[in-house]
Design a protein around this ligand. Structure first.
Ligand code: GLN
Length: 228
């Protein structure tokens, strides 16, 4: 049987930052439901473990702390597997490949390669891989609690660019035609679900669900549902 903070209540408590469409966002008929690709995957993982999914929406930067404090059982938040994070949590097998992209205002024609990023004023999401990577190119990085706020700052002309994950960037771009997306030579990133290091059974159960749904077509059906 799986143990963890949800065990007495038969819940799988999943932490996310629901400002990362199409992986997690707030919507639905009531306008206050957390939904998305990660949430559908998490629901499947919970079902297979005989649990009911419960979603806790919090700051991205608080997720690992909440996990290790036992407030949540699993992180499902488009979180990239990195060696730094692996020092404090365990990740599932990778379930999605992404990369960073640059968003700028449409009239900006100054960025054609990674070298052009030097010294630019970046806006990023606090604690993200973009936040860490930005510091390789510039001293001038402003970090926000959500990518949405970073994009607002760009639209208001307060920063030169936003460094953000490819799929959410494309999603925000669709609603902001005054911006454009630039693909540069950034390395691939792999998203994983994170659990506390004390939860190997939960980790095994997550990996089993992922393997099953990749085999039986459910994973591809969810991709088709959520990715444009
Ligand atoms: N994939 C990025 C990271 O892990 C951003 C995730 C996010 O903003 N939800 O840092």
């Amino acid at each position: 049987l799986l143990s963890g903070c949800g065990k007495e209540k038969d819940y799988l408590v999943v932490g996310t930052n629901a400002a990362f469409p199409p992986f997690e966002y707030v919507g639905g008929v009531s306008g206050d439901q957390v939904m998305g690709f990660d949430i559908d995957l998490a629901r499947k993982i919970a079902e297979d473990a005989g649990k009911t999914l419960k979603v806790e929406n919090m700051k991205f930067d608080s997720l690992i702390v909440a996990l290790n404090a036992g407030k949540i059982d699993m992180i499902a938040s488009g979180m990239t597997i990195t060696p730094e994070r692996q020092a404090s949590v365990d990740f599932s097998e990778p379930y999605y490949e992404a990369t960073q992209v640059v968003l700028v205002n449409k009239q900006d024609d100054s960025i054609h390669s990674l070298a052009d990023l030097a010294g630019k004023h970046f806006a990023v999401q606090l604690g993200s891989t973009a936040d860490i990577m930005a510091k390789k190119y510039t001293q001038s990085v402003t970090a926000f609690n959500t990518g949405f706020e970073a994009i607002m700052e760009l639209k208001n002309g307060k920063v030169d660019l936003v460094l953000f994950d490819s799929e959410p960037a494309a999603n925000y771009l669709a609603k902001n035609p005054q911006l454009k997306l630039i693909s540069l030579d950034f390395p691939p990133e792999f998203y994983g679900f994170a659990v506390a290091k004390s939860q190997p059974e939960l980790l095994a159960s997550i990996n089993k669900t992922l393997a099953t749904i990749k085999q039986n077509g459910e994973y591809d059906a969810l991709l088709a549902k959520h990715m444009k």
